[in-house]
Design a protein around this ligand. Structure first.
Ligand SMILES: NC(=O)c1ccc[n+]([C@@H]2O[C@H](COP(=O)([O-])OP(=O)(O)OC[C@H]3O[C@@H](n4cnc5c(N)ncnc54)[C@H](O)[C@@H]3O)[C@@H](O)[C@H]2O)c1
Length: 254
């Protein structure tokens, strides 16, 4: 791929680690000017540093996606600096507790739904408001294969990712005529700090167990998710909207 996102003004949340970092780097390589947002200042700044070292364009803004005021200020800042927002990757997410349904807590429910669902909703709300002023745009949300099927021990996370798919499909239908495309990526296990945490949970499934259920028998590299987000945000995907795209080594097909 080369210059698929030339001159596009992009926002990526959860850019301080894993999939978000790889996607920010891929966007910048494709010619996009990237605003990288995260609650993790050090991680986000490290992502921006590696983009700038590779002669890309990016800036870091500390923002918590669960706080509507911070998200609104983030989008306003992008609009002020660049006059528009072309692409948004709503990727910030947390796994929460690995625990069976009857033992999960209200705190876990509120935390996971807060970041994974409210966070995506708040970001979409303000991104779409700006994109309507632009006359169009492309949004990609990070759902998961856990947004398509159930997984033991992760019920709240699974519910949150199903909700992300629902938000994605509804917005795709609502804004199709306004030139705003809205899609989701649904990764299987990806080699990131999140999956490292999940795979090292005492008594829970290990990396080997997760690899065994993936037909390709391996984790994805974060770049393998990033490549699909680049494509979905590019004009190559100009007729693609409302899709929840598994990027999962065949897992959803099993
Ligand atoms: N790793 C996987 O196997 C996998 C599979 C499917 C889906 N996902 C999803 O991909 C996304 C990225 O996951 P990852 O594996 O790169 O995880 P990660 O933990 O490596 O990175 C997540 C990033 O999101 C940030 N973040 C968390 N809460 C935030 C908030 N309130 N506001 C702003 N930023 C916040 C974190 O600081 C971190 O930098 C998540 O939505 C996750 O659910 C991951």
């Amino acid at each position: 791929m080369a210059n698929l996102l030339e001159g596009k003004i992009a926002l990526i949340t959860g850019c301080g680690s894993g999939i978000g970092r790889a996607t920010a780097i891929a966007f910048a390589r494709e010619g996009s000017i990237v605003t990288c947002a995260d609650v993790d200042q050090a991680g986000g700044e490290a992502t921006v540093k590696s983009i700038i070292e590779a002669k890309g364009k990016a800036e870091f803004v500390r923002a918590d996606v669960t706080d509507p005021a911070q998200v609104q200020a983030l989008i306003a800042r992008i609009a002020k600096s660049h006059g528009r927002l072309d692409c948004a990757f709503n990727n910030a997410g947390i796994e929460g507790d690995l625990i069976e349904s009857h033992e999960t807590t209200e705190r876990n429910f509120d935390r996971v739904m807060g970041v994974n669902v409210k966070g995506v909703w708040v970001c979409m709300k303000h991104e779409i408001t700006q994109m309507l002023k632009n006359g169009g745009g492309a949004i990609v949300n990070t759902a998961s294969v856990a947004g398509l099927v159930g997984f033991a021990g992760l019920s709240i996370y699974v519910a949150s990712k199903h909700a992300v798919v629902g938000l994605t499909k509804s917005a795709a239908v609502e804004y199709a005529q306004a030139g705003i495309r809205v899609n989701a990526v649904c990764p299987g296990p990806v080699d990131t700090p999140m999956m490292e945490r999940i795979g090292s949970n005492e008594g829970g499934p290990t990396r080997k167990d997760f690899e065994a259920i993936v037909p390709m028998r391996r984790y994805a590299l974060p770049q393998e998710i990033a490549n699909n987000v680049v494509w979905l945000c590019s004009n190559q995907a100009s007729y693609v909207t409302g899709v929840a795209l598994p990027v999962d080594g065949g897992l959803y097909a099993t």
